[in-house]
Design a protein around this ligand. Structure first.
Ligand code: NDP
Ligand code: BG6
Length: 490
């Protein structure tokens, strides 16, 4: 199946942090992917901005390496066309120098879409926006994308939003959460709202509980400096996991229009039951990885990677979350995320209730409740666990089988990386898959008390061996409710 994509209108995409890790691993490869399919119009430019002095040629060499390293199949002609659109400008945001060079690059193109992508430390979001305003670089056709994390808590997120909001209007601000750009996450919306099958069952009358797991095998790698100031709750739960929870739990929006979807997500965030100190103690688990084995090799513990032994930053979180509304009354959502876990696995499991009554004899076997498993990675797809009769003669015996829709096999198509979709949506001005200001602040409003109670508990995170599923307390968290984590690898 070939990819189809309409050609974009002319644009200037200005990437601050153009020499950073994210640009190297994600942004440049994602942009390159839109080249061979003709989505980048002739008059589309990419202007990389960073502190170090580089010529256009030197930066193109860097971009060439980024694409060749992170793209499986590179078409040399498309790569040449792609590199030819790239220019480089050196701006030192901390020293507030170099802006004139950027002004010159952008001059005369006020009538084309001007997209600023801030792939830099969050401390620079405010200074960059202010400088763009002072240098009159923000046009009516401008927009800005900011990377997570937005703030470290509700207060600082509010301040960041205020500063950006003093230069850009809300419809120009694109707060990225790359999980919203993942293929299966969008399929979750298709599954729920393009089929009559699921929606009547999507509520407390039929669903026992929901699990959301985002497990990584990687450690903190080169990002230990940032990670140690954040931890898994801020890095993953405040954004990715809560966004997934919102998409599972929200009411059907009126349409796919940005505010219809975001209004419904916001209602879910506001309905999250606030965690009291006692609930934090009972319903959350923090962990930190120790040395162990991962992907077949021995790996260091978090503290060794960090080069300090006094860090209490969590690399694992599990939590039991309640949503206080009619649809989800008494349906717990169990969330779990961590680094250096047993396998790379991100999935949402909707566990339906047991049958109200079985008509089968006991020797027909155990009747497992239906389960819908939406897998984000690896092997993106959806699986519905159903009971059938064991084929063949003899007495009625039942068995559980998956109705399996693994997308790669079903459609034989390359799945675009989340950043490909999100960058092009931003350039087109479509905010549906981006977080609105009130969503980000509502998510912090729920997270802040957990951070605060953890700080009062003065308890170190529970250690877990790399290559396992996290501290045993996270297993106890769900098993004391008579339930169990769903891992096919278990
Ligand atoms: P890096 O530390 O790798 O890159 C930082 C970038 O900022 C470099 O291009 C650097 O330029 C530039 N920079 C630093 N100081 C200045 C300055 N004074 N003036 C101008 N530019 C400066 O960061 P990442 O790429 O990892 O992260 C970028 C953003 O994306 C952060 O907000 C991060 O939290 C977020 N993010 C990153 C992810 C990742 O996987 N990397 C995942 C999700 C979010 P130079 O090299 O010239 O100094
Ligand atoms: C980022 C986090 O937002 O998401 C990282 O900052 C994490 O710590 C990453 O590793 C996971 O993304 P993905 O797409 O690889 O699941």
């Amino acid at each position: 199946m070939t990819e189809r994509s309409a050609q974009s209108d002319p644009f200037d995409l200005v990437v601050f942090g153009g020499t950073g890790d994210l640009a190297h691993r994600k942004l440049l490869p994602a942009l390159y992917h839109r080249e061979p399919i003709g989505q980048l119009g002739e008059d589309a430019r990419i202007i990389a901005v960073s502190r170090r002095p580089l010529s256009d040629e030197e930066y193109r060499e860097w971009a060439h390496n980024a694409v060749c390293e992170h793209v499986a199949e590179v078409d040399p002609k498309a790569l040449d066309r792609f590199l030819a659109r790239i220019q480089y400008v050196s701006v030192d945001v901390a020293q507030n120098t170099g802006w004139e060079a950027l002004e010159q690059k952008l001059a005369g193109r006020e009538d084309v879409t001007r997209a600023f992508y801030l792939s830099v430390s969050p401390d620079f979001f405010g200074p960059i926006c202010s400088a763009l305003g002072e240098h009159n670089l923000v046009t009516d056709r401008s927009r800005v994308t900011i990377e997570k994390p937005i703030g470290k808590n509700g207060k600082s997120a509010h301040e960041v939003n205020e500063t950006i909001g003093s230069v850009f209007k809300e419809h120009q601000i694109f707060r990225i959460d790359h999980y919203l750009g993942k293929e299966t996450v969008q399929n979750l919306m298709a599954l729920r709202f393009a089929n009559v099958l699921f929606e009547p069952l999507w509520n407390a009358a039929h669903i026992d509980h929901v699990q959301i797991t985002v497990a990584e095998t990687l450690g903190v790698e080169s990002r230990a400096g940032y990670y140690d100031t954040a931890g898994a709750l801020r890095d993953m739960v405040q954004n990715h996991l809560l966004q997934l929870l919102c998409l599972v739990a929200m009411e059907p929006p009126e349409s796919m229009a940005p505010d219809s979807v975001r209004d419904e997500k916001l209602k879910v965030l506001k309905a999250l039951r606030p965690m009291s100190a006692e609930m934090v103690e009972r319903n959350t688990v923090r962990g930190q990885y120790r040395a162990g084995a991962s992907s077949g090799g021995a790996v260091k513990g978090y503290l060794d990677e960090l080069g300090r032994n006094d860090s209490t930053t969590e690399t694992f979180v599990a939590a039991k979350v309640d949503i206080e509304n009619w649809r989800w009354a008494n349906v717990p959502f169990y969330l779990r995320t961590g680094k250096r876990l047993a396998s790379r696995l991100s999935e949402i499991t909707i566990q339906f209730k047991d049958l109200p009554h079985s008509i089968f004899l006991p020797d027909a076997g155990r009747i497992a409740a239906n389960k819908l498993v939406i897998r984000l990675q690896p092997d993106e797809g959806v699986k519905m666990q159903v009971m059938i009769k064991d084929p063949g003669p003899g007495s009625m015996r039942l068995r559980e089988v998956p109705l399996d829709m693994t997308f790669a096999e079903a459609f034989n198509v390359r799945h675009p990386d989340a950043y490909e979709r999100l960058i092009m949506d931003m350039i087109r001005g479509n905010q549906t898959l981006f977080m609105r200001r009130d969503e980000v602040e509502a998510a912090w409003f729920w997270i802040d008390p957990i951070l605060e109670h953890w700080s009062h508990l003065k308890e170190a995170p529970k250690p877990y061996t790399s290559g396992t599923w996290g501290p045993s307390a996270s297993i106890a968290l769900i098993e004391r409710d008579g339930r169990t984590w769903h891992d096919e690898t278990h």
